[in-house]
Design a protein around this ligand. Structure first.
Ligand code: PLP
Length: 446
């Protein structure tokens, strides 16, 4: 028996990244409340949120301090334009962020989500060159398998065929450099050699076109949406050097990995580098409200700073730019970090990574990998060790099985991963990994 709510869901709610014909055939999972790492449905099911509600949830659902920060701000005001006007939450957040960001990132531009943080970055670096009188700098460099969001600028720099291929006629051309992701290396090629192989064509291309490049965007250390493809910090350092050599602004898209996800506050810290621009979103508000932030250096800001008549203004912004509710949440998130959120991680990271390492014993599992509070694996045919045919939807079937056992995860093709709220306990992690194992066995051990 479908309830009126479930009926209306099928009739009117077009879900993201979802084939609605398939969705209609599944029982709906209507979430009624959530607490900590758990989601509860209206019919009494409990799911552990193994992907932190699409990588946004930082410290669990209904965190008392975040709830309070939001309520306090609602009692003052919920939104006001930040053109002409300004307000304390946005000012304080800008100041507090600059304190924790990698060195040199000082100018904070607000937007709405990860995609708009990326769009802002692309337009910002592009216009900076126009303003400076180097109009030939119009090209962008990104990585193969990149994912930077779903708006068209972000799709242009993206390179995940299943999401991006169809929109190609609408996109601006981008040089996509080979991905250094270690899991893509042919067997027998070690990480360092693979990185050099990835760098060689990039260096050659930049040698020819470096001075035409407006910006280089990448996801530091984890190409998340591609399938949690991870690469070593040394690659980031090499890209930083190349960008310096050709005076290319480096844009670090930390939308998925910022705010402790990799074990450090920002993934760039693993490499000891500072980008020229950083894009933030997702966990920024603890995963409560959408908000994007693009932070640039003084040097970039200065390219726009001029008399109005000079025509250098950045004509860019959104209705909800600097939304005070999001800012109040983000300020509380930073306070949680000051109070030691990162210090609690090592034990949880060990439980997650060791648990995943143990899954390598399953004959269908390969390329177990992880960093911080992200762990991933690839499913392959046990006998041939080759990927399953895409039509078999193996990853999808394992995730459905996991859901029926109380664990909410989503596949990236046949990549399975856990990316839970950072407050998950080692015990809850061990339970999740047991469920994942049992789900793989239930689907594949026939
Ligand atoms: N950049 C990265 C690295 C992402 O992983 C994502 C989303 O997953 C985005 C940008 C886009 O963020 P949003 O979905 O909030 O627009």
């Amino acid at each position: 028996m479908t309830t009126p709510l479930e009926h209306a869901d099928r009739r009117h709610f077009w879900h993201p990244f979802t084939q609605m014909k398939e969705y209609e055939q599944q029982p709906p999972h209507v979430i009624e409340r959530a607490e900590g790492v758990y989601l509860y449905t209206q019919d009494g099911q409990r799911y552990l949120d193994g992907i932190a509600s699409w990588w946004v949830n930082l410290v669990g659902h209904r965190h008392p301090r975040l709830d309070q920060a939001l309520k306090d701000q609602i009692d003052r005001f919920s939104h006001v334009s930040t053109a002409t006007l300004t307000h304390a939450p946005a000012i304080r957040l800008a100041e507090a962020l600059v304190d924790v960001l990698p060195r040199g990132l000082t100018r904070v531009f607000y937007s709405d989500d990860g995609s708009t943080a990326v769009e802002t970055a692309l337009k910002m670096v592009f216009q900076a060159w126009q303003n400076r009188g180097e109009p030939q700098r119009v090209r962008f460099v990104a990585l193969e398998h990149a994912y930077h969001g779903d708006t068209l600028g972000a799709v242009s720099v993206g390179a995940v065929p299943i999401y991006h291929r169809i929109f190609k006629p609408l996109l601006f051309p981008v040089y996509h450099a080979p991905s250094p992701a270690t899991c893509l290396a042919p067997s027998g090629v070690d990480e360092a050699a693979w990185m050099e192989q990835a760098l060689a064509p990039l260096e050659a291309w930049l040698h020819q076109h470096g001075l035409e490049v407006a910006g280089f965007i990448l996801e530091p250390l984890v190409q998340a949406a591609a399938g949690m493809y991870m690469y070593p910090p040394a690659y980031l350092r090499r890209v930083r050097e190349l960008c310096d050599r050709y005076r290319i602004p480096l844009i670090a898209d930390e939308v998925a990995v910022g705010f402790g996800r990799t074990g450090l506050m920002f993934a760039c810290e693993h490499a000891g580098i500072s980008p020229d621009v950083i894009c933030l979103s997702k966990a920024l508000t603890g995963g409560y409200l959408p908000m994007g932030i693009t932070v640039a250096t003084d040097a970039l800001f200065d390219a726009f700073y001029a008399d109005y008549q000079d025509g250098r203004t950045f004509f860019h912004g959104h209705s909800f730019t600097g939304n005070p509710l999001g800012c109040a949440l983000a300020l509380e998130v930073l306070a949680l970090f000051r109070d030691g959120l990162l210090d609690a991680l090592p034990e949880r990271i060990d439980a997650l990574q060791q648990g995943f390492a143990s899954l390598a014993e399953l004959p269908w599992v390969t390329q177990v990998r992880g960093i911080g509070m992200i762990a991933a694996l690839d499913l392959v045919d046990a006998r041939s060790r080759a990927p399953f045919p895409a039509e078999a939807r193996t990853g999808y079937r394992v995730c459905r099985e996991a859901l029926s056992r109380g664990l909410y995860i989503r596949p990236l093709g046949d990549v399975l991963y856990l990316l839970p709220p950072l407050i998950i306990t080692p015990e809850q992690l061990r339970w999740s990994i047991e469920v994942l194992k049992a789900s793989i066995l239930a689907v594949l051990d026939r």
